[in-house]
Design a binder for this molecule. Structure first.
Ligand code: NIG
Ligand code: FE
Length: 420
């Protein structure tokens, strides 16, 4: 397959070994009038149209050709933090929040995560699959080709396994690559509120061993937040996961400063996510230990909260990634491009940095940077073509879907903005 003559190919090359930090987050490596030669599911070569046409001239006539003239080509976007597998919506809570109720007040009264947990527990495997696969199609339409997905709306062994099994089936049956995270410690179930330690014990003794045994997850995540799990409880859960080969991730410092960023550095988490209220010490510790900061500005936007200090984090040497946090309570969107717009408009990031954050750094945040996140020889042919003449226009014409074509593992799945 030949993708030819794009006005810009944004390769993001040179950052596959380690996440891009500081000035390197601006090195997006653009080829003007660029072309890409693909064989089967892999990228073989990226270069100028002239170079590629010359080198592959014997094969071009029999290849599938995609004319990208006037368009911008990027790596398929990577979303490193979603709560994809759930049923139901919570627009009633949105209306309550618009009248002044807070996210935590709603959760403490049995709504919030608990509301989606009830719905998800009641749902069959098939219902969960049907709702979630529709969301994956929408991700694809917005240029996303790899998605992390967390459990955490089951909160019992049976229902956590159900969510993870749905994710496993989606990974097999939907073209988007899905990376699974166990998040049994997403909330203390309502009927165990008075004895959270007992629930923590169950996560550690019942759930983690079974999830690991069935190889249903790569990561282990905890909602470390006042009123949910303390840093001590979070640490126990994350250390226990490590013993079973589950790599730690943390929902850190989302609502209050609570030592989540510091804990991420201490336990050697691959990423700390949210970080709206991360302390200066926490940011420094993350930079020193190489913890990726996954920022979710859609959540700050939707909860009408202060945004994470992306500028400060990047300047301090934290590798920053961006994600939708797709979930029915704090961020009911699938538009990673809109999240990139928010990165620029609300967190002081540059258009180059948001591209890095939604591609190669996002891939690092979920341990898949050796396969995806950049357009380089040998990587999977996961490619998004936007109908804009340059990457700057992507962050300038905000809140609209510019995706024209999506290629996943060498197959055209979106053409002219339509699912094939
Ligand atoms: O990342 N903060 C905790 N978990 C999700 C929200 C889940 C929900 O409200 O259903 C988040 O914001
Ligand atoms: Fe989340």
């Amino acid at each position: 397959m030949l993708i030819s003559n794009a006005s810009q190919v944004i390769t993001m090359s040179g950052h596959s070994d380690k996440p891009a930090k500081k000035g390197a987050m601006s090195e997006i490596n653009i080829i003007e009038n660029g072309s890409i030669w693909i064989e089967d599911d892999k990228i073989v070569e990226v270069g100028t149209d002239k170079e590629i046409r010359e080198k592959y001239k014997a094969q071009i006539d029999s290849a599938t050709q995609i004319d990208a003239s006037g368009k911008t080509v990027t790596p398929g976007l990577v979303d490193p933090h979603t709560h994809l597998v759930h049923v139901g919506t919570r627009e009633n809570e949105y209306a309550m929040r618009l009248k002044g109720k807070t996210y935590m007040e709603i959760m403490e009264a049995g709504g919030g995560i608990h509301a989606t947990t009830r719905a998800t527990q009641e749902a069959t495997h098939e219902q969960l699959y049907e709702e979630s696969i529709k969301r994956l199609d929408k991700f694809l339409l917005h240029g996303v080709t790899t998605v992390e997905a967390k459990s955490g709306y089951g909160l019992t062994l049976e229902h956590e396994l159900k969510q993870l099994e749905v994710a496993e089936q989606l990974q097999k049956e939907h073209p988007i690559d899905l990376v699974s995270t166990f998040m049994g410690a997403h909330a203390v179930p309502m009927d165990e509120k008075d004895n959270p330690e007992k629930f923590v014990d169950r996560v550690i003794e019942e759930m983690i061993p079974e999830v690991a045994k069935r190889k249903l997850a790569k990561f282990n995540d905890v909602f470390c937040e006042r009123g949910v799990f303390t840093p001590e409880q979070s640490k126990r859960i994350l250390e226990a996961g490590k013993e079973y080969g589950l790599i730690p991730k943390i929902h850190a410092d989302e609502i209050e400063p609570y030592g989540g960023a510091e804990l991420a550095a201490e336990v050697g988490a691959i990423s700390a996510d949210h970080l709206l209220k991360a302390s200066d010490e926490g940011i420094k510790a993350m930079a020193e230990k190489g913890v990726v900061g996954v920022l979710l500005p859609g959540t700050a936007f939707f909860l009408m909260a202060e945004f994470a200090q992306a500028r400060k984090m990047i300047d301090a040497g934290v590798a920053v990634a961006l994600s939708t946090d797709q979930n029915p309570g704090s961020s009911p969107t699938i538009s990673l491009p809109f999240i990139m717009n928010l990165g620029c408009l609300k967190m002081g990031m540059t258009p180059e940095e948001v591209l890095t954050a939604a591609t190669i750094n996002a891939a690092h945040a979920i341990g898949v940077a050796d396969e995806v996140g950049s357009l380089e020889a040998g990587k999977k042919a996961d490619i998004t073509i936007f109908d804009v003449p340059n990457y700057l226009t992507l962050s300038y014409q905000y809140g609209m879907n510019h995706v024209d074509t999506v290629i996943k593992a060498g197959k055209q799945l979106v053409v002219g903005g339509t699912l094939q």
